[in-house]
Design a protein around this ligand. Structure first.
Ligand SMILES: [Cu+2]
Length: 452
């Protein structure tokens, strides 16, 4: 399964088959598609983010009106045209591996306007060029259980890893469940009997807490309170029945400032037993996206990545998307979507019912989960970012907690035709929800040019 959605989007129903997952996918057909898909995505993003004064890059009535170039892959660090202006990684405005929690404004010695624009363009160009798909090790891969009778068994490893938050910066000494950050996404169904086994491959002890679940006390995962620490080389087995529906998490509860800050976190989602209460049936959503923020090692991240390596969300006009915000950091992050509102339907897994509300900016405190439904009702490329601006944009452009919601127009005859004429640019080659959405939308053909 690929991410962006690629990695962030999953079939809604955990009972249906899901695409295989694993690091190998990054270079597999799905990855190939995703890069092409991203070109399309990027094209629109280019229209939306760079050419703000230009109407969204919808296909013209006749032929595609914009073209994208160059088509060659950029060297690490930026596109060919922008690399000269790209700042050295060390000079990036993004938080370093030792992030500053200083929220003071940009220094008064900001670059001159021309430099500012060039550097901002360089980083956006990396986003447009699909940096997300060029960085190995995407997290949130779906975790499949084995069955022991009626018990769903999940076996995890807890590993020290080298993790890249983008394609340019050096890897950081991180931690991961199953060697990924975020750890695997676990989807179960209300009433499922769960056995989760964690093998500690680290050089330090740990303990795993299922955050938000109602559990037997002995399964609460707090070392020295409800269990002994899981020492290096040892395993611990958590057993419980998934009682609490909705968006939850699992994470280290031992030396957690460091261990969660370095990546020991993941999504644990309990789908309601009644299918009519699941988001696909309840709201008609066709993408179900986990969005875990963190703000320690590697700076300000969404699903372990900082802009421009964050995954865009790609939708077709009219599509409904569920986004599950989960904050595993130590700061509040107000997520702001441009262009259309978010329908906030659940907090910490609990449905808001008649108290559901609309917002365009939603603060998510550490530990909280908020579920929103977005109706992709406005075509274009819409910035989607934390609105604590020092987490998102600085004198050398955007960084950290930034991505885009790309809303493609529905199919038109011209785009379908162009798709046939430009297969190398537009034809998806593998399965996955994005491909499905793209095909359904028929809007993979045209591309856009970033204005010089
Ligand atoms: Cu923030």
């Amino acid at each position: 399964m690929d991410a962006v959605t690629p990695q962030a989007s999953l079939p809604i129903d955990p009972l249906v088959s899901q695409p295989s997952s694993g690091p190998a996918d990054a270079e597999g057909p799905a990855g190939s598609f995703s890069r092409r898909g991203f070109l399309r995505t990027a094209a629109i993003v280019g229209g939306g983010l760079v050419a703000a004064s230009v109407a969204a890059c919808a296909p013209a009535a006749g032929v595609p009106s914009w073209t994208y170039g160059p088509s060659t892959a950029p060297p690490p660090g930026g596109s060919p045209g922008a690399s000269a202006a790209a700042p050295p990684a060390a000079a990036s405005a993004a938080p370093s591996a030792e992030p500053s929690h200083d929220h003071s404004p940009a220094p008064s010695g900001s670059p001159a306007a021309a430099d500012h624009d060039a550097e901002a363009l360089a980083v956006v160009t990396r986003f447009l060029d699909g940096e997300y798909d060029k960085v190995e090790g995407a997290g949130n891969q779906p975790k499949q259980p084995t069955l022991d009778g009626d018990v769903k068994v999940f076996e995890f490893t807890v590993d020290a890893i080298q993790h890249k938050v983008d394609a340019v910066k050096d890897p950081v000494a991180a931690l991961g469940f199953d060697a990924m950050w975020p750890g695997p996404r676990v989807d179960v169904v209300e009433g499922d009997k769960i056995r989760a086994i964690f093998k500690n491959n680290m050089q330090e002890s740990t303990g795993i807490h299922f955050h938000g679940q109602r559990l037997p006390n002995s399964m609460d995962g707090v070392p020295l309170i409800t269990q002994d620490p899981i020492h290096p080389g040892d395993s611990f087995t958590y057993e419980f029945t998934a009682r609490t529906t909705g968006s939850h998490m699992y994470h280290s509860h031992h030396n957690a400032t460091d261990q969660v800050g370095r990546g020991l976190l993941g999504a644990f989602i309990v789908q309601p037993k009644d299918p009519a209460k699941r988001y696909d049936r309840l709201y008609g959503v066709t993408q179900d996206i986990v969005w875990i923020s963190n703000d320690s090692l590697g700076g300000f991240t969404i699903n372990g990545r900082g802009f421009p390596a964050t995954a865009p969300i790609v939708a077709t006009l009219g599509e409904k998307i569920a986004i599950r915000f989960m904050n595993e950091g130590s700061m509040m992050h107000p997520w702001h979507l441009h262009g259309m509102p978010m329908h906030v339907v659940a907090r910490d897994g609990y449905p808001l019912g008649s108290a559901a509300f609309f917002a365009d900016t939603l603060g998510v405190n550490p530990g909280e989960r908020w579920d929103v439904i977005v109706t992709a009702e406005e075509p274009g490329a819409w910035a989607f970012h934390c609105h604590i601006l020092p987490h998102a944009e600085g004198p050398t452009g955007m960084f950290g907690m930034v991505t885009a919601l790309v809303v493609n127009p529905p199919a038109t005859a011209s785009t379908i035709l162009a798709s046939a004429l430009l297969p190398s640019l537009s034809r998806p080659t593998a399965g996955g929800p994005i491909r499905s959405a793209a095909l359904a939308g028929g809007s993979t053909a045209y591309t856009c040019k970033i204005p010089a």
